[in-house]
Design a protein around this ligand. Structure first.
Ligand SMILES: [Zn+2]
Length: 256
């Protein structure tokens, strides 16, 4: 009952953010909002405000999403790293960070993405925080970089969908978070089937993945129902196990 990856600071919630959070608090134990939009200080600050108001309910991860690489000057990156570090007491993870070759085709920019990614892996190491990874069309490079640079750090692949690499992921000890696309993706259904339950967490990536409408963290219920069907076990079992996995992975001060 923890949405481990959503974006509550997005403008989609500007009109009713508190209402959404309060509705979610009736059903969920916690949610982790991912503030990763390059250097819009406001993005980080809004996250912080939510965390301060809903202390044991809204948690935060912070990083710089690889999609912003075009705008990421060295000065801006330095500033983001310093800012995230200054919030170290208020965040439970570094992320989302990683590689996105779907939106970024230019090879020079891809190299820059890799450098940015390594920089944040270094920060996760320094702060002893887990990593939340975004990876799109770049699984080989993502895994290579993680294997070379992130030894000893807990890793969660968000919206993971690469079936062929599942064994490698398992061997590395990584976890995955499964989102609403499980209802339409055959690959993801097979990943959920083959992934041991103690490595699975639930996410929505809200406000996105609402199938045409704005999504909220409450949609993890449907994700858990779908996983229960696939794994042929009870909904409660998935609901509880995924929640307990999140508490352990992010070291949240909660009891499931
Ligand atoms: Zn996200």
């Amino acid at each position: 009952m923890i949405d481990v990856h959503c974006h509550l600071e997005q403008k989609d919630y500007n009109k009713d953010r508190e209402h959404v959070i309060e509705q979610c608090a009736k059903e969920l134990k916690a949610m982790i909002s991912s503030c990763a939009h390059l250097l819009t200080r406001k993005d980080y600050e809004l996250g912080l405000e939510m965390h301060q108001k809903y202390r044991d309910f809204v948690f935060l991860s912070m990083g710089v999403h690889p999609i912003y690489i075009k705008k990421a000057t060295p000065e801006k990156i330095d500033r983001a790293v310093t800012l995230v570090e200054s919030y170290k007491e208020d965040i439970v993870a570094i992320g989302e960070v990683g590689l996105d070759y779907y939106w970024v085709k230019d090879s020079g920019l891809r190299i820059k993405q890799q450098d940015l990614f390594k920089r944040f892996i270094g920060l996760a190491k320094k702060l002893e925080l887990p990593l939340v990874i975004h990876c799109r069309d770049a699984i080989e490079d993502t895994l290579n970089i993680l294997e070379e640079n992130a030894a000893g750090i807990k890793v969660m692949m968000h919206l993971y969908s690469y079936r062929k690499h599942l064994q490698r992921l398992l061997d590395n000890g990584y976890s995955i978070s499964i989102g609403p696309s499980i209802s339409t993706s055959k690959d993801l259904k097979k990943i959920a089937r083959d992934m041991p339950l103690d490595r699975i967490m639930l996410e929505t990536d809200s406000p996105w993945f609402g199938f045409g409408k704005r999504n909220t963290p409450l949609a993890i219920r449907q994700v858990a129902e779908e996983i229960a069907k696939i794994k042929r076990c009870g909904f409660e079992e998935i609901w509880k196990a995924a929640g307990a996995n999140a508490v352990k992975f992010f070291n949240l001060p909660l009891q499931i």
